[in-house]
Ligand binder design. Structure first.
Ligand SMILES: Nc1ncnc2c1ncn2[C@@H]1O[C@H](COP(=O)(O)OP(=O)(O)O)[C@@H](O)[C@H]1O
Ligand SMILES: [Mg+2]
Length: 644
């Protein structure tokens, strides 16, 4: 049973050739997705577009191919009205050239333009989605690097949902703006052809175009604020729905479904109002924008007809012009659109950059060394700590020495800073002053990977993933043998109830493990940390929800596990404290008493007070847990199973 002894350093790999690795493997050793080839330019002085350029350039082959193909297709299409003109003049009016000559050319041009159009469109969409994928990966990768203080500050749910629409608008602009510019350049070519046929007629045909452009801008201007409104109201509705689903147990326990529905109804009404407003504006503008060019057509027929009657123009030109006018319309409309898209993309990119410019605070310092063969000697040397500069000091000149292999209980009133002490060990936060030293190394001189592999921490509110219990226990050591997983489950007193579940270790726990009781979740969390077999173990209120009887049954195995490793137990309960060799009492940012339980009971009145208060709180918590379990069983219509 390797779990009770340290894991052998020599790990056998499936590869035959010797691989050079660090002895500390991150949980995921291989990336499942292709990493983005580029990231944004870190120079904050540059414009948003220049900062995004590396991402666009990393797709340049496909993107440029797409633009070239699009240009080719459009240039070919521009030839068609001209051919039509010649066909009418030379084959129908003058009967000099057989009509089949033009039909063949038009057919060939149309086929080539079609193929080019297909390639251009496919590559453009691929570029767009690949850039979207890259942006998402870049943001997500960045978020995983961020440290705890960042997550204390931001609302992570908002962060992700906002990122989605921002990524979309940046991606749209980066891909579609160049493509629209290509279309506009072809419009210039078309206008050149019109001029070459007849200058006055070309100018007359263009009369409505500035109006198309201005109206397009006007339309976007009216729609723009409304579409922002739609975005933010969609997010509101999503937040309400999300909270109601995640917080369904609270909602139902207060029988507040009706009130929540009313809140949702109001948000949905506001969203609907914005959508209707949007439809109204579009309905008002679209017919005008689309039909304005028909006026151009009328002008062409009128003025062109007059020219034909007076023998100054051949009749085929009128047909060619009417086709050109239709071709010119789209670029004029879209020109207004790029400006709006640009404004939106600029605002979106600022929000994305805000996240990406945030620097992780807890990182490996250059030249950081691995913590190898950790003996578990811990020193807090005059540590000061506060969560942010304007918060009070939680640890104030805090000194503590824990010897290798010692089991120490840390006791103190709620909110005194016990969990904070625990969080400084694996560098969830860095000390504001003083040093935290493990085996003679300042923790800031060690690699995070080796440090966190050496410090196993079990929290009182354990987070479980919605996978099987086996996978949850193996989270920190995914290649573990099943025998080791079972041994860890056994040592944490979880094996018994797991076996009683319908599928045993393969039972999938509901979201965040809600199908299990608090005590069951805690035992799985303990097993998860034990499997990693860390030389330093921190149990932060990790057994608070486990029944005293159940806890006593696992004391034997816990004691055995604590042998040979340094253990810090944060607890309120006397039975848990009894596992420790030494008890430390914390108050006002310092250790105020240090000794055995019996010594402290005799000499320190505060200790007895804290213990009494702790027992009381535990009673209340246990009561709450029982009530919650009963409510859950009632709601789900079946029992959660197993003892608490
Ligand atoms: N992430 C955080 N950001 C700001 N303040 C915090 C944070 N976590 C805890 N605190 C504050 O620090 C103090 C100590 O908290 P904690 O170490 O959790 O206490 P304990 O574990 O002893 O109950 C409390 O006053 C708490 O409000
Ligand atoms: Mg705590």
């Amino acid at each position: 049973m390797t779990i009770l002894s340290r894991r052998p350093d020599e790990q056998t790999t499936e590869h035959d050739e010797p691989v050079q690795h660090s002895p500390f493997e991150p949980v995921a050793t291989t990336a499942r997705y292709r990493a983005p080839r580029a990231t944004i330019d870190p120079d904050k002085e540059k414009t948003w577009l220049r900062r995004a350029m590396p991402i666009v350039l990393s797709h340049k082959k496909m993107f440029i191919t797409s633009l070239v193909m699009s240009f080719l297709a459009l240039v070919l299409q521009v030839q068609i009205p001209k051919l039509l003109e010649e066909a009418i003049n030379n084959s129908l009016v003058a009967r000099r050239v057989p009509l089949s000559h033009y039909v063949t050319i038009v057919f060939i041009l149309a086929v080539i333009a079609g193929i080019a159009g297909y390639i251009s469109r496919y590559f453009l969409m691929r570029t767009a989605y690949e850039m979207e994928f890259d942006l998402r990966n870049i943001i997500y990768t960045h978020l995983t690097k961020m440290s705890f203080p960042f997550y204390d500050r931001v609302q992570s749910g908002q962060l992700i949902s906002r990122a989605n629409s921002d990524i979309r608008s940046v991606q749209m602009y980066l891909t579609f703006a160049p493509s629209i510019l290509v279309q506009c350049s072809v419009a210039v070519v078309a206008f050149g052809y019109m001029l070459s046929i007849n200058v006055p007629l070309a100018l007359v045909a263009m009369i409505p175009m500035p109006f198309v452009y201005l109206l397009g801008i006007q339309m976007r201007k009216s729609i723009f604020p409304v579409s922002w409104l739609i975005q933010s109201r969609l997010a509101d509705v999503a937040t309400i729905v999300d909270e109601n689903i995640n917080g369904v147990r609270v909602v139902k326990s207060f029988a507040a479904e009706q009130r929540e529905l009313t809140t949702l109804g109001k948000a949905a009404d506001r969203l609907q109002w914005a959508y209707i407003k949007d439809a109204y504006i579009r309905a008002k503008f679209t017919p005008t924008v689309q039909n304005l060019p028909q006026i151009g057509l009328a002008l062409v027929v009128l003025f062109g007809g007059w020219l034909v009657v007076h023998g100054e123009l051949q009749v085929g030109a009128i047909a060619a012009f009417s086709l050109y006018i239709v071709m010119l319309q789209a670029p004029f409309q879209m020109l207004g659109m790029i400006i709006m898209m640009g404004q939106r993309a600029s605002a979106s990119s600022q929000r994305i950059y805000e996240i990406l410019d945030e620097v992780p605070t807890v990182v490996d310092r250059p030249g950081a060394v691995d913590l190898v063969d950790c003996t578990g000697d811990i020193h807090f040397e005059s540590v000061n700590f506060s969560y942010s500069p304007d918060n009070p000091l939680i640890l104030d000149d805090f000194d503590l020495h824990i010897r290798p292999g010692e089991t120490v209980a840390l006791v103190g009133r709620t909110g005194v800073g016990k969990s904070t002490v625990a969080r400084l060990l694996p560098r969830f936060y860095d000390a504001t002053g003083g040093r935290v030293v493990i085996d003679g190394h300042d923790v800031r001189d060690l690699t995070l990977l080796s440090l966190r592999a050496s410090v196993g921490i079990v929290l009182d509110e354990p987070f479980l993933f919605s996978t099987s219990i086996r996978e949850n226990i193996a989270y920190g050591f995914p290649n573990a043998d099943f025998a080791d997983i079972e041994a860890a489950g056994n040592a944490a007193g979880a094996d018994g109830f797991i076996r009683e579940l319908p599928k045993g270790y393969e039972t999938v726990v509901g979201e965040r493990g809600y199908t299990l009781s608090g005590g069951q979740r805690q035992r799985i969390a303990i097993a998860r940390t034990l499997l990693v077999n860390p030389p330093i173990l921190v149990l932060d209120d990790a057994t608070s929800a486990i029944d005293v009887q159940v806890e006593l049954t696992i004391h034997g195995s816990l004691r055995k596990l604590m042998e040979g490793r340094t253990t810090l137990i944060i607890a309120h309960r006397l039975s848990t404290i009894s596992l420790a060799d030494r008890v430390l009492l914390m108050d006002a940012g310092k250790i105020v008493a240090d000794g055995t339980h019996a010594q402290l009971m005799e000499t320190v009145p505060l200790y007895a007070d804290v213990l009494a208060q702790g027992e009381e709180e535990l009673e209340i918590r246990a009561e709450e847990a029982r009530a919650a379990a009963a409510a859950r069983a009632g709601l789900d219509g079946h029992d959660a199973g197993g003892p608490l």
